[in-house]
Design a protein around this ligand. Sequence first.
Ligand SMILES: [Zn+2]
Length: 271
Amino acid sequence: MPELPDIFVLANSMNAALQTKVITDAQVNQPKCLNVSTIKFKKYIKRRRIESIRQRGKWILGQLDTNWILAFNLGMGGEIRLHNRDERPDAERERVVLILDTGEQVWIHHWWFGHVHLLQSKDLANHKQLSKLGLEPLDDTFTVEKFSEMLRGKRGRIKSYLLDQSFIAGIGNVYVQDTLWYARLHPNRTANTLTHEEIKALHSAIQHVLKQGIRFGGGPGEQDIWGNPGMYSKHLQVGYKTGKACPRCKSIIEELRVGSTTSYICPKCQL
Ligand SMILES: [Zn+2]
């Protein structure tokens, strides 16, 4: 499932590839991934120019030259790809296809839980999922002070808060692993027991790991709109490295269950 860096990279590549292009038509092969009828969907996106595309949490928001926004969520195993005029999409696989004035096509595929929503800018605050998203961890508003305030009185595991999309948006079970390792925190630590120094270290680890993910083009199995694969997996420190040596202290990395997720930790470094 894509996380913030993967979505950031994809949104950026979509912005580069699609900005100023006009949507001339759409093919909807899976109407249930829309939040409106196919007729309404086509009516409001046809002849609309794509102004800009950006990431928000695990969503991609495409601003059209009206008040309308196309919001994409890849769910699990999803991809958004640019194709040439002469290519023919497999209607069974591609849920929605956007046709552009250049003749190019945007194929949107997901096998589960994916969405292509159409909403007005003013309705972002009421959208069922988008309105519940927490702070963007790479935003200026996410400061150490703010983070410290957010963690106050929180009695659950630190890992659960990091994965909670309404707390901080965009972190999932791939990027959380090294984040906790850099911050030297055990995933089971109770959030409100973190010292100010630990909160500072965690704040900086969150931003470092997400930026690394972006720098290396996203995580394992993720691709941009042209199909360039993410290379972050080559830079993982402890994530998915059970049995390997911790890059810091050489202890053997362990795997453990934390809630419903798997964690990879250095038993010496992470307390
Ligand atoms: Zn270690």
